[in-house]
Design a protein around this ligand. Structure first.
Ligand code: NAD
Length: 313
């Protein structure tokens, strides 16, 4: 029994991942693209991916690659793709004019109860949904790549998105196995990138100030705090690293504030110049540019192992 129809707009890297996730859960998926050769690529990538998922027990019990693949259709007609859709996930390239034009087209073709979600990584939703007939149904649902191992989805409403749309989007994301968080108001970088960039900028400054090498800054993450981050956040760390968070803040709060004021004084740096030379020299000797694909496969393998461990526990 189908859970309803979901339309994915754009069949690139992210559109294909969403298709697999929705189909795995039992939705009928229609994958739309303006470039028909892209749809052919998507079909073959999804065939391979779902067979792999079948082999790896990454599908629902009693299902196999064929049952899931049979739920995915491919279309180059927007009207047909959107017909009777309960949820739309837009995945076209990251360009605000393009998003605006695609949302305008979708707006003309959908019913009043369809949720219109965008995968955008950094454009706030009010920049491309204002004035649409269905603006109250528009929202950002930003995934992390690859979404089937990194399950975070940042749900970002615009000022005119209804609470009902927010609630339904979060429910659907949970239903397909993702981990949605609510970004209560529009901010640049949403939540993930704001945290990521704060860490990146500190690593950059540590190298620029000659405190440590780029390699050692990376080791501080992979062998230090990163060991925790896959299963425990900073706030939970506060609770466990003292006799509760209140005790932690009493013990360490002043020192943390002092260090953060030092960081603030050092300020944001341009990501260029001699520090970039140093960082890229280290990276290019470790991972030559012609070995990036191999290294991405290595990364995905790690992510898979961690994701499986998380599900097991
Ligand atoms: P991509 O370039 O791999 O795929 C984009 C697809 O959109 C292509 O197949 C293209 O043919 C199609 N397209 C272009 N114009 C279209 C139109 N008018 N209608 C329908 N399809 C159209 O891009 P991607 O990496 O999948 O990224 C898509 C979105 O997801 C972007 O907004 C990006 O910021 C976001 N995102 C990407 C990542 C990532 O790691 N790649 C992670 C999170 C979010």
């Amino acid at each position: 029994t189908s859970l309803g129809k979901v339309t994915i707009i754009g069949s690139g890297l992210i559109g294909r991942s969403w298709s697999a996730l929705f189909a795995r859960r039992g939705y009928d998926v229609c994958l739309y693209d303006t470039v028909s050769s892209q749809l052919e690529v998507a079909r073959s990538v999804l065939d391979t991916l779902l067979v792999q998922w079948g082999d790896e027990d990454w599908l629902k019990e009693g299902e196999n690659a064929q049952t899931v693949l049979a739920r995915i259709r491919y279309s180059d007609s927007l009207a047909e793709s959107l017909n009777k859709a309960v949820y739309v996930q837009e995945c076209v390239p990251e360009n605000v004019q393009l998003k605006e034009s695609v949302f305008k087209q979708i707006d003309e073709l959908v019913g009043d109860d369809t949720i219109l979600a965008s995968s955008t990584s950094c454009i706030i939703p009010s920049k491309f949904t204002k004035g649409l007939k269905h603006e109250s149904m528009c929202i950002v649902a930003h995934p992390v790549n690859p979404p089937y191992y990194c399950t975070l989805v940042e749900v970002v409403p615009s000022p005119w998105t209804t609470p009902e749309t927010v609630k339904k989007t979060i429910a659907i994301q949970k239903e397909i196995g993702q981990s949605p968080i609510l970004v209560r108001r529009e901010v640049n970088g949403f939540v993930l990138n704001r945290i990521q960039y704060a860490i990146l900028m500190e690593c950059w400054r540590l190298v620029e100030e000659g405190v440590c090498s780029p390699e050692d800054a990376d080791i501080a993450l992979t062998e230090g705090i990163g060991m925790r981050y896959a299963f425990m956040g900073n706030f939970e760390t506060m609770q466990l690293n003292a006799n509760g968070a209140v005790d932690y803040c009493q013990k360490y709060g002043d020192n943390i504030k002092k260090i953060c004021l030092e960081q603030q004084e050092l300020g944001a740096r341009d990501l260029s110049g001699p520090t970039l030379d140093k960082v890229s020299q280290y990276l290019n000797s470790k991972i030559p540019i012609d070995k990036l694909e191999e290294r991405r496969a290595w990364r995905d393998d790690w992510l898979k192992a961690i994701a499986k461990e998380k599900i097991k526990r």
